[in-house]
Each structure stands twice: as C-alpha cells, then as structure tokens.
Design a binder for this molecule. Structure first.
Ligand SMILES: [Zn+2]
Length: 417
C-alpha cells in the first residue's frame, strides 16, 4: 500500500451520472424517479446491466434492494458494503443518493481496471425507496433489511392512488428473494451529497460524517375562538393564529440561544376557518427539532412544550400537543472515521468531521454493522430540487476517498474495524 494512491476514472463516472440523469429527466436539469415507477425500473435495468458488465454477482432481495458482489480470496468473508439509493424526490436532483451508488460502481470498476487482489469481497448496494416520496416512510429498503420495519408493513404501504408497495414492486419485476437479503456485513460506507451549505461555505472538499442527528416531530393544535373580523374588539379575541405565531417565535428564540447545533423548523401550518374576514379559531402546526445529543434534544423538547403551554395560558387558548415521531441520534464507527481521516489526509483533501442533519440509509445499516459516511459539498446547500449540484472536482475527490478506503480495508486481512 504505502503511498500508492489509486484514482477513479472521472470521465467514466461523469458519463455514468449523465446516463442516470436521462432517466426521468425534467426540463430544468433535475430528475423525477419515484420508487417503483417505470422510471425506477428503467434505472434498475441499466444498473443491473452495469453490475454484470463489471463481473459482479448480482442478487435482489424481497424488498427490491439490489446487490452486486466482487470476487475475493476469501469469497465467504463478510463484504465491505458501499452504495446508497437511486430513487429521487418528485422534483429531485441528479446527485442525492445516485452519487453514492454510481461512485461505488466506479470504485469497483477502478479496482477491476487495476486488477487489485481483494482479501474480502466488496459489495455494492442500491436500496429501494430511500426518499419515501411515493411510499412513506422514507429509508424503507434499508429499514427492511435491518429489521426496523416488518415486511408486511413495507408491502402494505400505499401511494396516493392506493397502489401498494408490493403490487408495484412485483409489477416492475424487482421482487427478489428473502434469502438474498444481505445479513453479514463487514462494514458499510455511504458517500452522499451534504445537502447543506457548510462544506462549501468553509471551502472544504470532504465531510467525514460522525453520526446522524436525532429528531422529534411535534404536532401542536391551538384552539381559540373564531369570530367575525369586524364586530369583535381586539381585546375580546382568542386569535389562534396570533398565539401560534408567538409560540413559533418564542421556540425559535429558545433554540437560537441554545447552541449552533440545534435546529427547529415549523414546516406545516393549517388555519381554520382560513377566511379573510374571520378571526382564526384553530391552528395546527408542526415542529421538527434536531440535535446530535439525545439528552439535550429531549431537554429542549420538554422546555418547548412547557413554554407553549405557558403561552396558551397567558393568551387564554387551549393547546393540544402530540408527539408524532422520535428518532435517536446515530453514532458512526470510530475506527471507520479514523480510516477515512487517514486517507483524506494522505490524499491531501481539506476535510472536517461533521454530523448529518438528514437521515440516510446509513442510519439503519449502522444497526447491523460498523458504518460511516463521506459527504461532498452541495452548491448553495441545495438538494431535493432540480438545482441540486455538486462540482465535478468534489465528485472526483469523494469517489477517490471512497476508493482508497475500500482498497485499504478490502486488501488487508487483519484490518481493525
Ligand atoms: Zn439521499
């Protein structure tokens, strides 16, 4: 090994990304490729063809997750798993998930080109329905594999037209076998776009991801009194929207004062009766709270609940709060983070360690094996939109880091993970 640095074939990788971008392409350069649609099938067919051309052993499990495994000196040894997902949001970009899968393919192609002798197999994966845009919840294929979701739960999920996951998986011909689920994994490394603005703003090439933030989703209903906008004096109103606005402002202030790692987002709001000349009688809004530290997040959550209750008392309205989702933070493997850091240094890349604000397949796979992620910068922090873009130089560096770490782990028999 020493200072031998392997390099991916950037032209080939960009051609592969371009070929993917044509399947479900949108006018402004993005992609619409929802899980288990015809476009998804077309992408899967092409991907499987690429895997076979790279001399990989292809398997598909009962969730439609696609795997391709290399040969190795110890073919039965648990593989190093690399990949992500190929589905997109309704108006998605060309890189989210896709870059992780296609960089993994490029890593394998480069290992093949250089005739690298592998001690243990490298396995590429594309997980089904990471986005959850057609069938909720998201991160479904990897969640099924790791046992977070039951098969019956996954198969019964419906899209907005009432079609089930099972029907659509069968229709596109990608219901594989339960026995082909990957069970024994040596480690998992997922390359992904950052989806936030930090790396670009700090002029860095690479983010070495140390974990994924935990989050809480709260639904808050404020019940005031709906009245006529004219005859009801200001002093006699119980305006649910005005109270909700105070609640939103107050909880944002609390989070801002906490630290620069916590976030709060109010992304949904509904007003009743939602009429120009009615005092709003009832407002329902969502709160999304995230923090890398579970204890701090839970504290923030209970503090916010208290504050909202206090505001409701002061404003003389009723409040109902319902916790609709909670997930704890995920810590990635210290050893993998060390390997990634060493290789990033050796390759001369500017990097930082960071926590992911978004969920990824790596979250659920980390329940099965040692896991880590590589982030590459997103221009203007944009993702889940057609403008999503990662510069070619960053794609090259991210894929090269993945390649060199995989080569290190796959060729050394006594590697420490
Ligand atoms: Zn993704």
């Amino acid at each position: 090994m020493g200072d031998k640095k392997l390099s991916i074939n950037l032209n080939r990788l960009m051609q592969t990304i371009d070929a993917s971008a044509k399947i479900g392409s949108l006018p402004k350069g993005g992609i619409r490729r929802l899980a288990l649609t015809d476009e998804d099938k077309q992408m899967r067919d092409l991907f499987v063809e690429w895997l076979k051309q790279s001399d990989l052993h292809v398997r598909i499990d009962d969730f439609g997750n696609i795997y391709g495994r290399t040969k190795a000196q110890n073919p039965e040894a648990p593989p190093i798993l690399i990949g992500s997902h190929l589905d997109t949001q309704p108006e998605g970009g060309c890189y989210d998930g896709i870059l992780g899968v296609l960089s993994a393919l490029e890593v394998i192609r480069t290992l093949n080109d250089n005739k690298i002798e592998l001690n243990r197999p490298v396995e590429i994966v594309s997980f089904t329905n990471e986005e959850g845009a057609r069938f909720a919840p998201p991160i479904m294929g990897s969640g099924g594999l790791s046992g977070i979701f039951d098969k019956s739960f996954i198969f019964s999920r419906q899209d907005k037209d009432g079609k089930t996951f099972e029907q659509e998986l069968k229709r596109i011909g990608y219901e594989g076998n339960e026995k082909d689920r990957l069970k024994d994994i040596f480690c998992y490394i997922e390359l992904h776009i950052e989806q936030g603005p930090v790396l670009e703003r700090e002029n860095l090439d690479i983010g070495i991801v140390t974990g994924i933030q935990g989050m809480n989703w709260l639904e808050v209903k404020v019940i005031g009194q709906s009245d006529h906008a004219g005859p009801t004096p200001m002093s006699m109103r119980k305006d649910a929207l005005l109270t909700a606005a105070k609640m939103i402002t107050d909880s944002n202030r609390l989070i801002l004062e906490q630290d620069n790692e916590s976030t709060i987002t109010v992304g949904c709001i509904s007003i009743s009766p939602n009429s120009i000349n009615c005092v709003p009688g009832e407002v329902t809004f969502s709160i999304d709270i995230r923090h890398p530290d579970n204890q701090i997040r839970k504290q923030l959550m209970s503090e916010i609940r208290q504050r909202l209750s206090t505001i409701a008392i002061i404003e003389q309205v009723q409040i109902e709060m319902k916790e609709i989702w909670e997930t704890n933070s995920t810590d990635f493997s210290d050893e993998l983070i060390i390997h990634l850091t060493e290789e990033a240094k050796r390759l001369g890349y500017q990097y930082k360690k960071m926590v992911s604000g978004a969920g990824h397949d790596a979250k659920y796979i980390s329940d099965m094996t040692d896991t880590a992620m590589i982030f590459v910068p997103s221009v203007d922090g944009k993702s889940h939109c057609q403008e999503e873009y990662t510069k070619t130089e960053y794609i090259e560096k991210g894929a090269n880091l993945l390649l060199n770490v995989v080569q290190k782990i796959a060729t050394v028999s006594n590697v420490n993970i």
